[in-house]
Ligand binder design. Structure first.
Ligand code: SF4
Length: 359
């Protein structure tokens, strides 16, 4: 099923021409669609009645439906969207400290093949890539949710289920639509694409020249620890990942974000902090220290726990003493199915956790 979210302006204009209508209607129809307005019959929108009927019967405004919704005490809202093939995907709206703003977290795949050991999304493996339209639909659902709460969806991060670099074609199409002033009008700088360190993906993103942010999930300062947590660490050494991130940063001129999920007794010692500080050295990168939301027994049979507040503060202090920029990312929605994927599992999906396990 093709929905309006699957189309861009030239494609819809071509379709209008084939139906015998003015191609110039396409831009207005899509703008209304992205703004969340109904595409209604004339005279209010100036569209020919026949075109409105054709649109309504050919391209539904959405191929996904809202299957479940959870709201946490802190306002974090999880949406479970059911896709046309019955599979489900999660998106998360996170209120900003400013009362009128919110950030969205979007999935790029159904399931995930990366096997990160602290993340239960990967427990049942990879199901399929999302289409660009399905990614756009998550954005629009989050924008509606934000708007209903009196907020503006200000930023979007590709940190939900899946590895964006392994579905990069669809992610890039969606990113262009989200950023495009004539469509999502979000702006490039409001979009962050994350990766567990797929070097060719980072290189491909760099080559596009798109003015988006890059976040790299590092989670360990040495290859041996990292490979135990992230199987992809065996394929791509940290040195290669950081070299690719350096090239992205040099091209874009803005700091890459290093994601580091603190796991008690695994990667949160002072020695780990010192190694991380040495690794990043004088790099002008920002470090996000993530609080882990436990997701039960891992694939390797480990039950990970979040670092204590004391250990986390000591870790951050080592980094800051080396003049590195390190922030804690707040734990989101701890009173609901906190890690991405848990809502999906509870309501009949299959997997349990999240990219980074730390929303
Ligand atoms: S943390 Fe992200 S990349 Fe790793 S398995 Fe989970 S969803 Fe996939």
């Amino acid at each position: 099923m093709t929905s309006l979210a699957d189309l861009d302006s030239p494609g819809l204009a071509q379709q209008f021409a084939a139906w015998g209508y003015k191609p110039s209607h396409a831009a207005r129809v899509l703008r209304s669609f992205y703004d969340g307005r109904e595409i209604v019959s004339p005279p209010s929108r100036g569209l020919p009645q026949g075109l409105v009927e054709k649109l309504q019967t050919t391209f539904p405004s959405s191929a996904a439906t809202l299957d479940a919704r959870q709201v946490a005490a802190d306002g974090t809202t999880k949406l479970l969207l059911r896709l046309a093939d019955g599979r489900t995907v999660e998106s998360v709206l996170m209120p900003d400290f400013r009362a009128d703003r919110a950030a969205g977290c979007i999935s790029s795949q159904v399931g995930c093949a990366m096997g990160c050991d602290f993340c239960a999304t990967t427990k049942t493996g990879f199901e399929r890539n999302l289409t660009a339209g399905e990614i756009v639909e998550q954005f629009l659902a989050l924008r509606r949710e934000a708007s209903a709460g009196g907020r503006k969806l200000q930023t979007v991060v590709f940190m939900g289920m899946g590895e964006p670099m392994l579905n990069l074609d669809a992610v890039l199409i969606a990113v262009r639509r989200l950023a495009d002033n004539a469509l999502g009008a979000l702006g490039w700088r409001q979009i962050t694409v994350s990766t567990v360190g797929i070097v060719p993906g980072i290189e491909a993103l760099t080559a596009t020249g798109l003015n988006v942010h890059l976040a790299v999930s590092l989670h360990a300062p040495d290859d041996a620890t990292r490979a135990r947590l992230l199987p992809m660490g065996k394929r791509f050494p940290i040195a290669d990942i950081l070299a690719a991130a350096d090239r992205f940063q040099a091209r874009r001129g803005r700091p890459v974000t290093i994601q580091y999920c603190l796991l008690a007794g695994v990667n949160d010692s002072l020695e780990h902090a010192r190694l991380l500080a040495e690794l990043l050295g004088s790099r002008r990168m920002h470090i996000n220290l993530l609080r882990y939301n436990p997701t039960g027994l891992s694939l390797r049979g480990v039950t990970y726990e979040p670092s204590s507040d004391e250990a986390a503060e000591a870790f951050a202090a080592v980094l800051r003493a080396r003049k590195l920029v390190a922030h804690f990312r707040r734990s989101r929605g701890p009173d609901i199915d906190a890690a991405c994927g848990q809502l999906r599992r509870r309501t009949g999906g299959v997997s349990e956790a999240a990219c980074g396990g730390a929303l």
